[in-house]
Design a protein around this ligand. Sequence first.
Ligand SMILES: *[C@@H]1O[C@H](CO)[C@@H](O)[C@H](O)[C@H]1NC(C)=O
Length: 473
Amino acid sequence: MQRTTPTTTTTVRAWSGSAANMLAFILLMAATMAALGESSLKPDALSAAAKGTKWAVLVAGSNGYENFRHQADVCHAYQILKKNGMKDENIIVFMYNDIAHNSENPTPGIIINKPGGPDVYKGVPKDYTGDSTTAANLYAVLLGNKTALTGGSGKVLRSGPNDNVFIFYSDHGSPGVIGMPVGDNVYATDLTKVLKAMRVKKIYKSMVIYVEACEAGSLFQGLLPNNINIYATTASNPVENSYGYYCPGDYDHPDVSKYGTCLGDLYSISWMEDSDVNNLASETLKQQYNAVKKRTTMSHVMQYGYSGISRDFLSTYMGENLKSASSRVESIQSTSSSSAPTSRILFASQRDANLRYYQHKARKAPKGSPQSAKAHESLSVEIFKRQEEDRKINLIVNFLLGSTKSSMAFNTVRPAGQALVDDWDCFKSLVSTYEQRCGHLSTYGRKYTGVMANLCNLKVNKEQFDRASLQAC
Ligand SMILES: *[C@@H]1O[C@H](CO)[C@@H](O)[C@H](O)[C@H]1NC(C)=O
């Protein structure tokens, strides 16, 4: 049912008396509405309700200067929505917020997402920063549940059945998991539960989700139904890395060297640079998916959920500002000149991007200087930590399966369409047991969550895994 106009509201008050009167009134109104059809409603109110409001939730899952790019991606996404007419009250941002004023940032207060690019930090709402960037707060925001929040601005989705929701996430992922800057990971199964609950609560009409992360496909494969009006695309399939872009050592541009860290991620900058220059009201999600897939050459950009949504125009989810479309030709030219690489481009996987950061620091520091010594030490520590994580997980798997069978845990890949793991509770408990016994999984070590999923599929239980972890760590 559509909302009643102010005139009928007055009538309701006048009629309110006995319950019998009320019932008579309702029957009369129903008959009148049926007779008049939708024409009894004010056209403005009708079209506004039918069009709905666009909402967005933007999430950078990491912190630390070496992860500059994830917050840069999210800030850039905000600028796109803002430029296209979405209001701050409808855009909810999760970012740790330690980049703009980081002591390593050569341009304090400014974040760029491509070499020679504009400041994308300006105006970004600081809804959930620092300690409030948790998975629990993300779920509360998505479910529109203010009382479940801890800290933050208190902004949650207040959307209804006619509203569309766009979610963009950028960070490190691993099989079955995406990270948040603080506290627990977001597990694929929990995210799916939240999305299904959103559907039941009727807080969206259609939803589009873009995810930049390693193994991002594992968030949705075999989990996201195609009958709840959600369409998702991911930077990678369930078993591969996604890639940083504009990275030191890869991309030859003075800004990349100056910042000393990757400025963006390949899938993310591909959709955003596409949205920057095209008319969102005439490009469909499908067309954007194809453009992004073409440019994202290092991993397989995937689609999940209800593909019918991909026929919608980008403006249905990212805002529509007709004025901004006129600058199209100009922007294309400025984009291609400012970001043209002057030499070869290689790629740093999400997992190796922090290694690039330390390597670049070590290379850049004057030979023999204290900075150089410090940079080389940081690099060695990073490499050592990686070897330790390799060693621990190998020991655990050997202990559980024996050396001949251990490759089953490392190399088994589930067929397309099947979720990563059958028993998600087992999976979650192995990941948390590992972290309790052997230390927090690093960005690099997270790749082993896939091994833990395989162990669950091989019917290893929590107690066995706990004993093995005790032995190894
Ligand atoms: C909101 O979250 C609180 C705290 O987690 C919970 O008790 C409550 O049931 C939730 N409300 C709704 C409407 O889901």
